[in-house]
Design a protein around this ligand. Structure first.
Ligand code: TH1
Length: 832
């Protein structure tokens, strides 16, 4: 395996390894080497950014070392790998995570001190890898973290957007303004470009079918380069280091010399420009179909490049194609990568000479599909004309799949035309559209939802025909999980230290069920004191952040109630803020004496609205408007204040989550597939205020209903209530009307009484998200929160017992469940 002299190589590599030690003196040398040689700088002109780059590169060296070992072991052992296809990987920052996972944070802290910097400040220089919108992208990041820690051979495949999720700022009026996020501006020390592994991807052109299931062709069109950039994902205290491979699009001929010589400079660059546009920006819509041509190009570009990579790796094994599913499991993160299904068929039939039936069987054993939503507006369909124009061969293949599929449905359910129409991959109409979820369901070996309730609804509401046709076993549930490394160990040192001290070791960080043992401390007064003290450290950190980034002055003893997530009507930030207004109106009616008996509160909101989502943006305006009024009200603000924190991100979540007393997960029953921040808040000893929806249900079962605050209508009643609204038979509680009157009076909009009318009118026209039905029980639940919070001792007990029960929500559990029940992939010990 070594070119040249084996001994020369081995000695050289050994010496490299010896240089990676973690004594402070060695770390100094490693960092200064990057300052001098990589950055080509001298000590006197090292600023914080340069120190971040040099020291992060020295950390990367250590990651790369483990990474190479991992990849070599996987290759040598010919393991089966899982490939996680996700258009979003919301990784956040990498530096602190790497320091903690490699257990070298202390050395770096000391080293940077000696070199004249503060580690904390240097860590703060890093920009978030914001390659995602919300829960779906963050889930992918947590899952890759867990595969590394659990030793499961895995690759994440995604796009390297040069602009991640936009930066959110607030205008002086309190409206969301979007600013681009060119996060790569000053480079990314945590990625490795693999220019040699670039692949060509075709778009447009002409296609022809082969005769009776034989190879077809796809010619002409435009070829674009896909260049991979690799990001190492380290396991906790483990050598195993998996990869997120992110593709960047480039023009194949970056420059057309003929056109240039002919004086057409524009034309010379245009083609390259167009190619690069594919990975220029992440679509900022969450749980909503983007529906744009560029988005379809992104989806194909990414899945085709990734499959190309996977097939290349497979060919090296010299196995027959029938063995492909023994080495490859591809998890489709929602329908966004569904084009991988016809693409693999195309490779097998057109390029590898496989018969159609055999190829289809390989495909169906390779793919697995996770469904993340029930929202009709998020279900992807693409117009047949668009698919045919961009991917002519794939459209033929999709039609052929559909032909065989419908023939089979007809055999099973003869004469049921309505069923055929419902199940077809093609939605008839003008234009005709390809239903991506149907393709994903029949092209996969298993389909899973992301929480128990959601998986039930996936079967009963979304795909009932497919359950009948494919059988129940085709559908399953894997409840989402989160990584305790980032979401407790890293973001909450105060609580982590306390837990480690109580449990006697850090074993819990990789075996989260161990937290159960905290239960025996739940009545220990000394422990409870320390628990409360840790919470106060985190509240103070958040309050400092709020006071340094907003105009607000906050009461540090107030109950902190947080709702942070994408702004959506279904997530009902509006219910929360209307509740705040109600509380304000009541406080205004009280005497100063009465007010002192009320639990003081700080309501914190954060989240981005899709740029084109009017109602979500108006909700932000409402929250910021209420915040201004409360903060200006000197007699009230110490009892009730509202903060809208701009630019919610992974890094901001790391400050917010440890600080909460209560967090709100209050979607209309049956609309939130799972939610994952709910798990993070509870893991950090915050209590849940929520509806009976998504993973809240299982969180409640685990933590005990006595430790949660549930309210609201149940999913089975939603349909009936909506009908009642449509029939104009709904009741509006006086408490809600009081709030509505206040809003209409202009009290929260400088006299502009109709500013929030569009929002209010949704409540009085159909009230699709059932605000009026849940308002009273929401207020009741908030009352219970107040009552419980007053009894500090029993409150802390609830918090401890909640954290203790969060083991099941570890992403380690989730990926192990996927590995065993879905992927059939085994963990690999790479030390031998
Ligand atoms: C989210 C779901 O809304 C959330 O409930 C769930 O916890 C999370 O996925 C992880 O499973 C979704 N995000 C998106 C984003 C897009 C399309 C659909 C969904 S569902 C772009």
């Amino acid at each position: 395996i070594f070119p040249g002299e084996e001994k020369a190589w081995k000695d050289a590599l050994k010496s490299n390894e010896q240089q990676l030690t973690n004594d402070v003196k060695d770390v100094n040398a490693q960092i200064s080497r990057h300052v001098e040689f990589t950055l080509s700088r001298q000590p006197f002109n090292v600023d914080e950014l340069a120190m971040y780059q040099a020291s992060a590169l020295s950390v990367r060296d250590k990651l790369v070392h483990n990474w190479n070992k991992t990849q070599t072991a996987h290759t040598e052992k010919k393991v089966k790998r899982v490939y996680y296809f996700s258009l979003e990987f919301l990784l956040g920052r990498a530096y602190d995570n790497a320091l903690l996972n490699l257990d070298i944070k202390q050395s770096y802290d000391e080293s940077l001190k000696q070199l004249g910097f503060s580690l904390e400040d240097v860590l703060d220089v890093e920009r978030d890898m914001g390659l995602g919108n919300g829960g779906l992208g963050r889930l992918a990041a947590c899952y890759l973290d867990s595969t590394s820690t659990c030793g499961i051979p895995a690759w994440g495949y995604t796009l390297r957007y040069s602009n991640g999720i936009f930066k959110q700022v607030l205008s002086s009026k309190g409206d969301q303004v979007e600013i681009p996020d060119p996060w790569l501006e000053s480079g990314n020390p945590f990625e490795v470009p693999r220019l040699d592994a670039a692949v060509e991807i075709k778009l447009y052109g002409q296609a022809s079918r082969g005769e009776n299931g034989k190879a077809g062709t796809w010619t002409g069109g435009t070829d674009i380069l896909a260049v991979p950039y690799d990001i190492p994902i380290p396991g906790f205290r483990a050598t195993a280091t998996n990869t997120v491979r992110a593709w960047r699009s480039r023009g194949k001929v970056s420059f057309d010399l003929a056109a240039f010589n002919a004086g057409a400079y524009d034309a010379a660059v245009r083609e390259a420009e167009e190619a690069e546009t594919i990975t220029r920006v992440l679509y900022p819509s969450e749980n909503h179909e983007a529906g744009k041509t560029l988005r379809l190009k992104q989806q194909y570009f990414w899945t085709a490049a990734s499959l190309h990579d996977i097939c290349r790796r497979f060919r090296k094994l010299r196995e027959p194609w029938s063995a492909f599913p023994d080495y490859v499991a591809v998890q489709l993160n929602d329908t966004h990568p569904t084009l991988a299904i016809p693409e693999l068929l195309r490779i097998l039939v057109d390029e590898e000479g496989q018969e159609w039936d055999e190829a289809w069987s390989i495909v169906r054993r390779t793919f697995f599909y996770t469904c993340h939503t029930l929202m009709p507006e998020a279900l992807e369909t693409w117009s047949v004309d668009l698919v045919g124009w961009l991917l002519p061969r794939h459209l033929q293949i999709i039609y052929d799949i559909n032909f065989h599929f419908l023939a089979d449905v007809e055999r099973k359910f003869p004469g049921d035309r309505a069923r055929l129409a419902r199940m077809s991959l093609i939605e008839e109409g003008s234009p005709k559209r390809v239903r991506m979820s149907h393709l994903a369901v029949i092209g996969s070996h298993k389909v899973n939802g992301v929480a128990e309730l959601h998986s039930e609804l996936v079967q009963s509401q979304l795909f009932p025909d497919f359950v009948e046709y494919l059988g129940r076993d085709h559908f399953t549930n894997v409840t989402n999980g989160i990584t305790a490394r980032r979401w407790l160990y890293q973001c909450n040192p105060a609580l982590s230290t306390l837990i480690t001290k109580a449990l006697g070791s850090e074993h819990w960080v990789t075996h989260l069920d161990e937290l159960k043992k905290l239960q025996k401390f739940a009545k220990n007064e000394a422990f409870k004191k320390e628990w409360a003290a840790a919470k106060q450290v985190n509240r103070n950190r958040l309050c400092d952040y709020i006071e340094s980034t907003t105009e607000l002055k906050v009461n540090r003893k107030a109950l902190i109630d947080i709702q942070v997530k994408r702004i959506h009507e279904y997530k009902r930030q509006s219910l929360n803020i209307l509740g705040v207004i109600y509380r304000y109106l009541q406080l205004k009616k009280m005497s100063p004496e009465e007010r002192k008996r009320v639990v003081p509160r700080l309501s914190v909101f954060g989240g981005k609205a899709a740029p084109g989502y009017y109602m979500a943006k108006l909700t932000i305006r409402l929250i910021t408007a209420v915040s201004k009024v409360l903060n200006a009200d000197e007699e009230i603000r110490e009892f009730l204040n509202v903060a809208f924190l701009a630019d919610y991100s992974v890094s901001l979540a790391e400050i917010l989550i440890p600080a909460s007393d209560i967090s709100e997960h209050i979607s209309t029953a049956g609309t939130e597939a799972s939610g994952t921040s709910n798990m993070k808040f509870l893991l950090n000893g915050g209590l849940l205020l929520g509806t009976v929806d998504g993973a809240n249900v299982e969180l409640g079962q685990a933590a005990g209903e006595e430790n949660c605050f549930f309210f609201g209508v149940l999913e089975p009643d939603v349909r009936e209530l909506r009908l009642r609204h449509q029939a104009g038979q709904a009741q509006y509680p006086p408490q809600l009307l009081e709030v509505v009157d206040a809003l209409r009076s202009g009290q929260f909009s400088a006299g502009e009484g109709d500013l929030f009318e569009p929002l209010l009118s949704t409540i009085f026209n159909g009230d699709f998200y059932l605000l009026s039905d849940d308002f009273l029980s929401y207020l009741e639940a908030q009352k219970m929160v107040d009552a419980a919070f007053v009894d500090t001792s029993s409150w802390v007990e609830k918090c401890i017992n909640t954290t203790a029960c969060m083991g099941r929500f570890s992403s380690d559990r989730a990926v192990q469940q996927y590995a065993e029940e879905i992927w059939n992939v085994e963990p690999v010990d790479i030390s031998q």
